[in-house]
Design a protein around this ligand. Structure first.
Ligand code: 0X9
Ligand code: ZN
Length: 416
């Protein structure tokens, strides 16, 4: 009996340990036919994490990024050679980038800042503190709850009653840490900046801002697996989590989503099968007449995408979104030369259904709807060094100023 207890405790400790990615590599692959794309999907979906996409393959002649465990490197190279699939090394040792990403600096104060990535509880404590510091402007709001019982916490910032609203979500994908960091950076600027263009942007809107839309996943990336993407609800004996950006109830499972609970793009067992998407969608529905813009932040690839993901057809106000998107990415490039591409999801990256932004656009006809894929493009992927948080925040805020200026010039918001 004692032996058994010791065994269970040791097993528990082993399972609770942080996973390491020592000598895991990422390859950038260029498939040139559909068989090659099929093979890539097949090895990733059945490998139990030994192969895992950082960037899914979509069409021929568009690159995909695949992380490969040290045990599988030889097999990977053999398979690529056998099928004549082109690839180049992208990241040599993933663990090295994880170790360098978020240096534990000698911090002089315990104040929240943008020189490092923060844990969920620090972000939530900071949101609470904003409501104390700015009692007449900031209100803490809870958009829903998670499988593990956490809150999906955000703030409403209002400088003037009756302003048209902008809804912002970050970190629905757990490993995309630069998104919560950028969203909190911009939130802080909206409250404190003296720059007249930022003040004008801030003062003219009501802001509904949720830095972390997938709290369980985010905590898991800090404590256990830095590269976790999904939620944490068990869906099969072996695999947990749906992709919370495939689980929303608009055109659910209509392309670019998986029925395999072990896949990174698992759509869930039905639309809104995750409490996170279900409860957040109910909150969003309850205020849907209060906002005319919904913006989701993802990483990486430097893209500014807009609906839809299930079809490449130019629907709704495609022309306006393309024109506003172009001005937005031009403004983003001005400060540091960071180059983005804009376009609708299905045409620009891949078919993907069940996302939050498509749900909002398709259900509430919200006119201004974008998904950012933030930095970077060719070096760090999800593991963007903390030194890049502030520059990313600055250029992204520049781009939002341009986005809303351009939207206004085109007559938005039309009726709120
Ligand atoms: O695939 C996704 O969910 C997003 N890319 S990521 O690499 N961060 O996973 C793109 C989301 C596209 N958005 C819409 N379908 N509206
Ligand atoms: Zn994402």
């Amino acid at each position: 009996m004692l032996k058994f207890v010791v065994f269970v405790v040791l097993l528990g400790l082993a399972l609770a340990q942080r996973e390491t990615f020592e000598n895991y590599k990422v390859f950038r692959i260029l498939p040139t036919n559909d068989e090659q794309i099929g093979l890539l999907h097949q090895i990733a979906d059945t490998s139990n994490g030994q192969y895992s996409f950082w960037n899914e393959p979509s069409h021929v002649n568009v690159t995909a990024d695949l992380m490969v465990s040290p045990q599988k490197i030889e097999e990977f190279e053999r398979l690529m050679d056998l099928t004549a699939t082109k690839y180049v090394p992208y990241i040599d040792n993933v663990q090295q980038l994880i170790d360098d990403e978020n240096p534990v600096l000698e911090r002089l104060t315990t104040e929240f800042d943008w020189t490092s990535y923060h844990k969920l509880e620090e972000i939530y404590a900071w949101l609470d503190s904003l409501a104390t510091t700015y009692p007449d402007k900031v209100q803490v709001i809870v958009a829903g709850s998670t499988y593990e019982g956490r809150q999906i916490k955000g703030v409403k910032v209002s400088f003037k009653e009756g302003n048209p609203g902008v809804f912002i979500e970050g970190n629905i994908h757990a490993r995309e840490w630069i998104t919560a960091a950028t969203v909190t950076y911009m939130l802080n600027q909206l409250l404190t900046s003296q720059d007249p263009v930022v003040r004008e942007l801030a003062d003219r809107h009501d802001w509904y801002i949720f830095p972390v839309f997938n709290p369980d996943g985010y905590v898991y990336t800090h404590n256990t697996n830095r590269l976790w993407r999904k939620t944490r609800k068990p869906y099969s004996a072996f695999c947990r989590g749906s992709d919370p950006n495939r689980n929303w109830g608009y055109k659910w499972m209509q392309g670019g989503a998986s029925r395999n609970p072990c896949a990174e793009t698992y759509a869930g067992s039905s639309a809104f099968s995750d409490v996170e998407t279900k409860s957040a969608s109910q909150y969003i529905a309850s205020i849907s007449d209060k906002f005319y813009a919904y913006i989701a932040f993802h990483s990486y690839s430097q893209l500014l995408l807009f609906p839809y993901g299930h079809t490449s057809a130019h629907l709704d106000n495609y022309d306006d979104l393309y024109a506003i998107g172009t001005q937005t990415i031009n403004a983003l490039a001005r400060r540091y030369g960071t180059k983005y591409v804009t376009g609708n999801v299905a045409e620009t990256i891949y078919v993907a259904s069940g996302s939050s932004v498509d749900y909002v656009k398709g259900t509430f006809q919200t006119p201004i709807t974008y998904t950012y894929e933030l930095r970077d493009k060719g070096r760090y992927g999800f593991l963007l060094p903390a030194k890049q948080i502030i520059p990313t925040g600055e250029e992204t805020l520049d781009s939002l100023v341009a986005m809303f200026k351009s939207a206004r010039a085109r007559g938005y918001p039309k009726t709120v």
